[in-house]
Design a protein around this ligand. Structure first.
Ligand SMILES: [Fe+2]
Length: 282
């Protein structure tokens, strides 16, 4: 395989590899590369659902096997109405976040592919939360170590201005039916690399011990600081591209596009280890 590091603190583009059908040795090398870079971009893989699921399963148990994040309905019509529940989730995902921090166990990572892409926009961005922690000064580190925040998708959707319909929703409601808001330390130790990494983003709120405004201000300040070059990368998709990211140390977000144009993305989510990705308390 050919490895081209991104012009960022993390990430690499990997060519000359066929993800479907890697042998054990090649997979072992790829796994170590993933831990080293956090984000691997594989142009031109053209996976189908079965091969994407089979590849993702090699990284561990799945939180869910495949989910279509798309503004196209099964009948081919386009979702663009701001009252469409799927559109609300897509737009909510335009805020920086880690996946499933609002669940009892946050995700380990994800495989994501593009089947249909718009002519402009619709990029996915990632931000390196290990490099962000390492770039903080001692005062900031001292301030955040020992603090925790609650995480909730209901909270983040409402804050972004999107209340979800409960009845007759076309959206499956994943995470929206969670009771409680798991408490997670702002500073996580990555279970495989040992690096300290920030766990923040749009689902985080209500830091115990701080007022609501102090908590919001600190969390906003951390995202603002963390998601700056060289710690960010935005991928301009070509249909057939696949990516693999480590959700334990990266945040991500979707970018806007003209929703009159189709965008069909397929997401497979790797489950976290309850011992290391479990919440402190519900
Ligand atoms: Fe996400």
């Amino acid at each position: 395989m050919d490895i081209e590091p991104l012009d960022a603190s993390f990430g690499a583009i990997v060519r000359d590899i066929t993800l479907a059908g890697l042998n054990e040795d090649a997979f072992g090398s790829l796994y170590n590369l993933w831990l080293e870079y956090g984000l691997l971009v594989f142009p031109g893989q053209h996976l189908d659902n079965d091969s994407q699921i089979a590849f993702t399963k090699r990284f561990g148990e799945l939180e869910f096997d495949i989910f279509e994040l798309s503004n196209v309905r099964d009948d081919g019509s386009i979702r663009e109405g701001s009252d469409d529940d799927m559109v609300k989730i897509i737009k909510g995902n335009m805020g920086w976040h880690h996946d499933s921090t609002y669940m009892p166990v946050q995700a380990k990572g994800a495989v994501f592919r593009a089947d249909v892409v718009p002519s402009e926009g619709g990029e996915t961005g990632w931000a390196d939360m290990s490099a962000a922690f390492e770039a903080m000064n001692d005062k900031m580190r001292d301030r955040v170590e020992g603090l925790s925040a609650h995480h909730s998708l209901i909270y983040s959707q409402l804050k972004a201005g999107f209340s979800q319909k409960d009845e007759d929703s076309e959206y499956m409601g994943y995470g929206l039916d969670q009771e409680g808001a798991p408490l997670r330390p702002l500073v996580k130790v990555h279970p495989e690399t040992g690096r300290k990494t920030l766990t923040i983003g749009r689902h985080a709120h209500a830091i115990p011990g701080l007022s609501e405004s102090e908590s919001n201000d600190l969390l906003d300040e951390l995202v603002e600081f963390a998601c700056q070059p060289p710690r960010v990368y935005h991928h301009k998709w070509t249909a057939g591209d696949a990516v693999l990211w480590d959700n334990r140390c990266l945040m991500h977000r979707a970018c806007p596009w003209n929703m009159k144009e189709r965008r069909i993305m397929l997401h497979s989510r790797i489950a976290g280890d309850p011992k290391t990705e479990g919440a402190l308390a519900a």
